[in-house]
Design a protein around this ligand. Structure first.
Ligand SMILES: [Zn+2]
Length: 170
């Protein structure tokens, strides 16, 4: 899923934790497993989001949506780092991507080892291998909207829910 969606999920969990738990260090500690769990859930339902396998540069909606995602991710990251103290939430909610795509992929690239783009074929110490297993076990009945524009709605709904909860409890 897109970084901005994970950002919003992290902010959502941190806001709820802060609402119920007055101890800052405890909030920061609890945020780690909860943020990772939510990343697993969000990635596991990726099939009901607009996530084309290859870039569609001739599709105006694809281009516009990716503009929104990229600019939105940067703006959300800047705002919630410098104007709201949610940096830890932004980092934690992206740990599986940082670990798999940044650390592990770089290590594989340095060793010149090939990696599959199919999560099911990744080594088992990749977090997205386990996200793939979760998807197969719990969410295999979801429709495949990855190539359909209507998948954008799913992501917008997630953003809206996170945003409303953040407004309500922060
Ligand atoms: Zn991910």
């Amino acid at each position: 899923m897109e970084a901005i969606t994970h950002f919003f999920s992290g902010i959502f969990v941190m806001a709820i934790l802060q609402h119920f738990i007055p101890t800052t260090w405890l909030v920061l500690v609890l945020l780690v497993p909860l943020g990772i769990l939510l990343h697993f859930f969000i990635d596991a339902i990726v099939f009901i989001t607009f996530h084309t396998r290859t870039p569609r540069l001739n599709d105006k909606i694809w281009v516009a949506w990716h503009g929104v995602i990229i600019i939105g991710s940067v703006l959300v990251a800047i705002y919630f780092t410098f104007f709201m103290p949610y940096l830890w939430a932004l980092i934690v909610s992206n740990i599986p991507d940082l670990y798999d795509w940044v650390i592990m992929r770089t290590a594989f690239a340095i060793k010149k080892r090939k990696l599959s783009t199919n999560p099911d074929l990744l080594p088992h110490y990749f977090m997205h291998y386990w996200i793939g297993r979760l998807r197969a076990k719990c969410f295999s009945r979801l429709p495949d909207w990855t190539e359909k524009h209507r998948g954008i709605i799913t992501e917008l709904v997630i953003w809206t829910v996170c945003f409303i909860v953040w407004i309500a409890v922060a």
